[in-house]
Each structure stands twice: as C-alpha cells, then as structure tokens.
Design a protein around this ligand. Structure first.
Ligand code: 5GP
Length: 206
C-alpha cells in the first residue's frame, strides 16, 4: 500500500550518537522528530517537551491504557513510549517521522507497520562507545557498565534491522541516512500510484 510519509526507526546503544544524528537529520526538509514520553528523571540540560515529555508512572500508565502510545518499552527500569497521534498526523502530512527508540520498541513498530524502515547505529568499536559514555560524564561507572552490556545484547538483534550505519562524523551519518530514505521512497511497494499512472486510466477502465 502507498503511504505518503515514512516511519524511520533509529536504534543503537546509548552513546552511539543517535540523538545528535537525528537532530542533524531533522534539519533537512521533510523530516519530523517524534518526542517520546518517559518516566525517567530529567538529566542536566534536557528540556521537557524538547528532549522528552517527562511524566510520572501513574500518568504514563493512564496514557498507555488510553491507547495513546504506538509502542512502549521498559529500558533499565524506566518506561519509554512513542506518541500515537503526533506520529500518525505527521505521516499523513507526508513527513518522514524519525523515532529514536530501543530495540524492543523498534520490533513492536515493525510488527504493526511492516513498511517502517529500521536503521541500527553504532560507533566503530565498543571501546569508542565506552569513551563517549565516559566523556559525557552523565552516568557513573556502574551505569556505564550496564549500558555497555545492554549494547552487546542489542547488537545481537541487528539482523532484524534493514540497515547498519557506523556513526563517525555526524553530518556524514545524517547524509547517509537521508540517502537510505530517498532510496526507500523508490520502492515499488510505495509507488503503486506511479504504475497506475504509467498504465493509464483507459486500461483501468477496460
Ligand atoms: P535515554 O534514557 O538514554 O535517553 O534512552 C534510553 C533508551 O531508550 C535509548 O535506547 C532510547 O533510544 C530509548 N528510547 C527513547 N525513547 C523511546 C521510546 O519512545 N520508545 C522506546 N521503545 N525506546 C525509547
């Protein structure tokens, strides 16, 4: 079935630079970034409504029961979810809606929306990931170890994704993803209207 927009999922270990790359990607024409809901505490310079919508567990479960989420997942003891209404509206408007979500969420989306494009992002090495986590000084040693172990678990699911992107230079990674999106828009399954146009209305009437 043709759909106007596209759901673009970007997953990868925390510290892989997903946030920076998606911000760069969403500067390009036609992209819209979905802002997730989370029950985790706000960190440092994060702004409510910009990085996440921060909610209590009670509010979160209430919204989940009201079917306000496209998917939700528990990640290291905190809940995260994608808002249904925003995503559906943007897709209808023809936007490429970017979801920066974990593997559990990505697989839920793939199940419900087989046309979604799943991209997995990693830095070149696990060592680099560790250095990035250490340099941002956001998490303690135990938390970093947990995130590295989680990264190894997540990488095992990479075959469920359509593309693997190595994030080295942010602008280049965003350009690479943009190329993937342009190619995805050329899939026949997204373009049956062009085939109909090619054949012509006369044929359809016959
Ligand atoms: P962080 O707490 O570091 O911001 O995010 C932790 C993990 O949750 C990351 O892998 C991030 O991609 C993921 N995440 C953020 N928002 C969502 C969401 O709405 N749904 C799911 N399933 N994962 C999310």
């Amino acid at each position: 079935m043709d759909s106007k927009g596209m759901l673009l999922i970007i997953s990868g270990p925390s510290g892989s630079g997903k946030g920076t790359v998606t911000a760069e990607l969403c500067k390009k024409e036609g992209y819209a970034l979905s802002i997730s809901y989370t029950t985790r505490d706000k960190r440092g310079e994060e702004v409510d409504g910009v990085h996440y919508f921060f909610t209590t567990e009670e509010e979160f479960h209430h919204m989940r029961e009201s079917d306000m989420f496209l998917e939700h997942a528990l990640f290291r003891n905190n809940f995260y979810a994608t808002p249904r209404k925003y995503v559906e509206e943007q897709i209808t408007n023809g936007k490429v809606v970017v979801l920066e979500i974990d593997v559990n969420g990505a697989l839920q989306i793939k199940e419900k929306f087989p046309d979604a494009v799943l991209i997995f992002m990693i830095p070149r090495t696990l060592k680099q990931l560790e250095e990035r986590l250490l340099s941002r000084k956001r998490e303690g040693k135990v938390e970093i170890e947990g995130r590295l172990n989680r990264a190894i678990e997540e990488v095992e699911l990479v075959d469920k994704y359509a593309y693997l992107v190595i994030n080295n230079i942010v602008e280049e990674t965003a350009d690479e993803i943009d190329l993937i999106v342009n190619a995805e828009f050329l899939r026949p399954s997204r373009n049956s209207h062009k085939i109909k146009e090619f054949i012509g209305d006369d044929q359809n009437d016959a």
